[in-house]
Write a protein that binds this ligand. Structure first.
Ligand SMILES: [Zn+2]
Length: 356
């Protein structure tokens, strides 16, 4: 899908969410932002504000509603938007050996035990349950234990041709966690799709809040010049004024134990400003679906408006963020990185580099 259609999709997204605002906005949204909705839409920069505001107002309303965690003992090991080497991690991973519940009441679309699937490949999502809920949301449960599928509901273990009328209720387990498909160790991968808007939603939008008392960490900032990578310190000098590829290593921990064990997690939003101007933003609120794969939303200095970026643009060196190409002038430039995690904890780091 071309960029133009992604933008068209985004605009449709805004239109739909605008209708939902009436439901949620009055109760949940700060009045300063509320007033923005009465300004005529002129600039695309404004559209971004509207887009994000509409999402948050939607979420505020949905959170109070009916979505729950798919497990009773919640320990999250991976977040939405993380790098998986060649693609974005498009869901949330839960650890444990426990029963899996629907995140809301809904309808069973598919429960598949891959052993009986002639197209079975050892890689991939493994044994899967797919449910459909109100608002056009679908939830996906991957890596399940084959024999356990829907057993708690009394349905058959292999329900690939199951009746579309099958109802599921959120307090009745649909399966047991497993390690089928591409998985090391038992875990559940939960994914939430918004069918109408053709996007994969960060499940945190509709799940209850998750504890995270630890700020995200800005580990390093890197210049890549041709084949060499330089780690940049707070006040440094650089005798070079050609094109530089910018990278930053950034991650988050949910708690001290995870930090001690180095269990890094993804962040919600990353912003790089150069000389106080926005240079690159990545926002992992959602991943837009297209024929070329999933794309994260963001903003760049060049475009100055909402953009979508595919995996290869966002992640360069393993686990780093690729922040674009910069050509310095003969001056002292200041760089500021700001990172936000899913609980709103924020870290920022400013440093100056003198280009000689
Ligand atoms: Zn996963």
């Amino acid at each position: 899908m071309a960029k133009a259609s992604l933008l068209k999709n985004l605009n449709e997204h805004i239109m739909i969410k605008k209708n939902l605002q009436n439901l949620y906005l009055f109760k949940n949204f700060p009045s300063s932002l509320f007033s923005l909705f009465f300004i005529p839409i002129k600039s695309r920069v404004f559209l971004i504000t509207l887009f994000l505001a509409a999402q948050f107002s939607l979420v505020a309303g949905l959170k109070a509603a009916k979505y729950e965690y798919p497990v009773k003992f919640v320990r999250i090991t991976s977040l939405f938007g993380e790098s998986r080497g060649t693609h974005f991690h498009s869901g949330i991973d839960f650890a444990g050996q426990q029963a899996v519940f629907p995140i809301a009441d809904g309808r069973l679309l598919l429960a598949i035990d891959r052993k009986s699937d002639p197209r079975y490949k050892p890689m991939g999502p493994g044994n899967t349950v797919i449910l459909e809920h109100e608002e056009g949301f679908r939830s996906y449960y991957y890596h399940l234990q084959g024999a356990s599928l829907l057993s708690a509901n009394g349905s058959s273990a292999d329900n690939a041709n199951g009746s579309p009328a099958d109802r599921v209720e959120k307090d009745k387990a649909i399966a047991f966690m497993g390690s089928s498909g591409y998985s090391i160790g038992e875990h559940l991968h939960l994914e939430v799709e918004d069918l109408q808007r053709n996007l994969v939603m960060n499940p945190f939008f509709i799940l209850p809040d998750y504890d995270d008392a630890v700020k995200p960490q800005i580990v390093s900032f890197l210049f890549k010049i041709r084949d060499r990578v330089y780690r940049i310190k707070k006040n440094s000098k650089f005798r070079y004024r050609g094109p530089i590829e910018l990278y930053s290593v950034v991650w988050d921990f949910s708690n001290k134990t995870d930090a001690k064990n180095g269990r890094t997690k993804g962040v919600k939003r990353l912003t790089l400003s150069i000389d106080s101007k926005t240079f690159q933003v990545y926002d992992f609120s959602l991943l837009q679906k297209s024929e070329e794969g999933l794309a994260v939303s963001g903003q760049s200095a060049k475009a100055g408006n909402q953009e979508f970026y595919y995996f290869k643009k966002v992640y360069g060196l393993p686990f780093n963020f690729r922040l674009g190409e910069f050509i310095p002038s003969k001056t002292k430039h200041s760089f500021e990185i700001e990172v936000l995690d899913w609980r709103g904890n924020k870290s920022s780091y400013t440093f100056k580099v003198n280009f000689l």
